[in-house]
Design a protein around this ligand. Structure first.
Ligand SMILES: Nc1ncnc2c1ncn2[C@@H]1O[C@H](COP(=O)(O)OP(=O)(O)OP(=O)(O)O)[C@@H](O)[C@H]1O
Length: 231
């Protein structure tokens, strides 16, 4: 089932002399159950691409459809609720709240989105798969980078979104931890039928994804996983 569709998307920042065309003629689709990497040189438009799918930015032109719903036709309030219900974000910087314990990070999500989160048994299973069950009373600065990232992944999964958007989630991790995180993303996509998009600069991780979408100078195309020249 197609969960994400971008049709002739263009994104221009600024106006006049300061105008920057970040994306142009972008056509992209992803299905439920797929792990897709987004690669390309620095400044090519990868973050802009992910932010458009996440509804954080609006396209200048083109059609963006997520789970059959056209973003352009939603009100702002509907967009916010849609984001909460359908999308999980994982960022390089983890974005854990420093003064909350791991348990409280999840309670905070529960306050923002009280319904349709993982049931207690599912949550326990997720925490055990990510090996964070014993960290519930710890604060972020008591955790290693890998532990913080696994908590951030669990936090993104807790509202049970159908789509996970990750911006360089392994950048701060050593090779072994990065592979562990990729294996977790594979499980999330393949066993839980979610769509996972992740930006990466690490060519060693491409072998874990199902497809690779490469963006160069604002233009994108799916390329063979073996062609990693522009990662
Ligand atoms: N808020 C903004 N205002 C103006 N220009 C922007 C803005 N955000 C990004 N850009 C420009 O849009 C282009 C694409 O940027 P983007 O951050 O999407 O690229 P990227 O591929 O994610 O880069 P990196 O790999 O370095 O994170 C760049 O030329 C960038 O300078």
């Amino acid at each position: 089932m197609e969960t994400i569709k971008l049709d002739q998307i263009e994104k221009i920042y600024g106006r006049g002399a300061s105008e920057t065309k970040a994306l142009s003629g972008i056509n992209f689709t992803a299905d439920a159950g797929e792990l897709v990497s987004i690669t390309g040189p620095s400044g090519s438009g990868k973050s802009t691409f992910l932010k458009l799918i996440g509804g954080i930015l609006s396209p200048t032109s083109g059609e963006l459809t997520i789970n059959g719903q056209n973003y352009n036709q939603m009100t702002r309030a509907h967009q916010s609720q849609f984001r909460l219900d359908q999308l999980g974000f994982i960022l390089q910087s983890y974005n854990l709240v420093p003064y909350l314990t791991v348990r409280e990070q999840f309670e905070l999500v529960g306050r923002v989105k009280p319904k349709h989160n993982l049931a207690p048994a599912e949550f326990k299973e997720l925490c055990s798969a990510l090996a964070i069950g014993d960290l519930m009373n710890d604060y972020p600065d008591q955790l290693s980078g890998g532990q913080q990232q696994r908590v951030a992944i669990a936090r993104a999964m807790y509202p049970n979104p159908s789509i996970i958007l990750a911006d360089e989630p392994t950048a701060a991790l050593d090779g072994k931890r990065a592979v562990q995180i990729m294996e977790i993303f594979q499980k999330i996509a393949h066993h839980q039928n979610k769509t996972v998009l992740l930006i990466t600069h690490d060519s060693r991780l491409i072998k874990y994804v199902d497809r690779n979408y490469q963006i160069v100078d604002g233009h994108g195309q799916f390329v063979s996983k073996n062609d990693q020249s522009l990662v």
